[in-house]
Design a protein around this ligand. Structure first.
Ligand SMILES: NC(=O)c1ccc[n+]([C@@H]2O[C@H](COP(=O)([O-])OP(=O)(O)OC[C@H]3O[C@@H](n4cnc5c(N)ncnc54)[C@H](O)[C@@H]3O)[C@@H](O)[C@H]2O)c1
Ligand SMILES: O=C(O)C[C@H](O)C(=O)O
Length: 361
């Protein structure tokens, strides 16, 4: 990795020990002129991702045809006079956009439209992530953390990681926090509690319709007492309604809104990078708070090593998420034979093989 000045090489731990640090952190957003980009940038500049005491330097990457729109967004960012915004640069050159990057949000990619599955985007979008992975490899800061939002997110993250041999693979992640947040919201609504009264939900596998939103180890706080979620809600509802509802929510949003989710995706990407960088902390009952993220598999839960799959994770603010052990899902609530974790992993393997076949890996 190169092109980094030493002032940018503060680690997450340094920032945590010195919250008043004024050294700006470098944040790169690709697809900055798109719908998610527009919803992301103002929250990041306002301190919504790295906290109220950490200033940010924004790098906006776009394709040439969208540079004008990105410039316009940069003008609006200036007009907002955010105290934490050190500077903004707009470019169509990945090498410039990723120079010294510490937090990379790879959003730029085509969204699906009605009737498509996310995997239909493999060929259209896969080609974007190799060159960006290479540019991260060559120009990012030592403590770079990457989240891929552009679909199909898990496999795009795999492509980016494969093109960055000098960056530890654990730094490349994909966004399943939106699915996680959707699962929390659905469970809270069903149980009649606040979202803050829900903990321990897990999303397994691919950010696709095959994902497994799992309540086996989830907890719900009812009248001040934490109880297993599957004692509070009907397990038949969990298997037959909750799982497909969460897994197909992206398609439902496209159907109703006429465009793919944007603000909720931006919010989830901010949650992902905030929790990774600042740590996941503890839940209201004092248990370590966990969330879901698609990270490189170390072979846990039978997911083949090297695939980028969603797992239950925690972060202590270091540069790697930790996969939480001992949370095997109980598939008995699912209709049919179960095998949902195996099916979503098989889909990830098929996507990996497909991009290999396209020469993208
Ligand atoms: N993982 C998730 O949870 C999640 C959620 C919502 C959307 N998404 C995905 O995020 C992606 C972006 O969605 P959107 O609604 O912002 O789309 P959009 O079409 O509004 O914006 C995409 C932007 O990316 C830009 N772009 C295309 N190729 C690029 C490249 N090589 N480098 C830099 N920029 C490039 C385009 O010019 C455009 O401005 C889509 O693939 C969508 O499916 C993922
Ligand atoms: O579903 C999509 O295509 C967009 C996004 O991945 C989502 O989950 O909303």
């Amino acid at each position: 990795m190169g092109g980094v000045d030493t002032a940018q090489q503060t680690t997450a731990q340094d920032t945590a020990q010195d919250p008043a640090s004024t050294t700006p952190r470098t944040v790169t957003v690709t697809g900055a002129a798109g719908n998610i980009g527009y919803a992301l940038l103002f929250r990041i500049a306002a301190g919504g991702m790295l906290g109220p005491d950490t200033s940010v330097r924004l790098r906006l990457l776009e394709i040439p045809a969208a540079l004008g729109a990105a410039e316009g967004t940069a003008m609006e960012l200036a007009d907002a006079a955010f105290p934490l915004l050190a500077d903004v640069e707009v470019t169509d050159e990945p090498a410039r956009a990723f120079d010294g990057v510490q937090h990379a949000l790879l959003v730029g990619a085509r969204p699906r439209t009605k009737g498509m599955e996310r995997s239909d985007l493999l060929e259209a979008n896969g080609g974007i992530f190799g060159p960006q992975g290479r540019a991260i490899n060559d120009h990012a800061a030592q403590d770079v953390r990457v989240v891929v939002v552009g679909n199909p997110a898990n496999t795009n993250a795999l492509i980016a990681a494969a093109h960055a041999p000098d960056v530890p693979a654990e730094r490349f992640t994909a966004l399943t926090r939106l699915d996680h947040n959707r699962a929390v919201a659905q469970l809270a609504a069903r149980a009649g509690v606040a979202v803050t009264d829900v903990a321990g939900v897990t999303i397994w596998g691919n950010h696709s319709a095959t994902q497994f939103p799992d309540l086996t180890h989830a907890r719900v706080r009812v009248d001040g007492t934490w109880r297993p979620a599957l004692e509070v809600v009907d397990p038949v509802w969990a298997g037959e309604e909750f799982v497909p509802r969460v897994a197909r929510r992206g398609a439902e949003i496209i159907e109703v809104r006429g465009a793919s989710s944007a603000a909720s995706a931006a919010s989830a990407a901010i949650d992902h990078l905030r929790d990774w960088t600042l740590g996941t902390g503890v839940d209201a009952d004092g248990a370590p708070r966990r969330t879901s993220a698609a990270v490189v598999s170390d072979g846990s839960y039978g997911v083949p090593e090297g695939l980028i799959s969603s797992f239950p994770v925690t972060s202590d603010g270091g540069t790697a998420w930790r996969i939480v052990p001992g949370l095997e899902p109980d598939e008995s609530v699912l209709p049919g034979e179960g095998g949902r974790l195996a099916a979503t992993v098989a889909e990830l393997e098929a996507e990996r093989d497909a991009v290999r076949g396209l020469g993208l890996l």
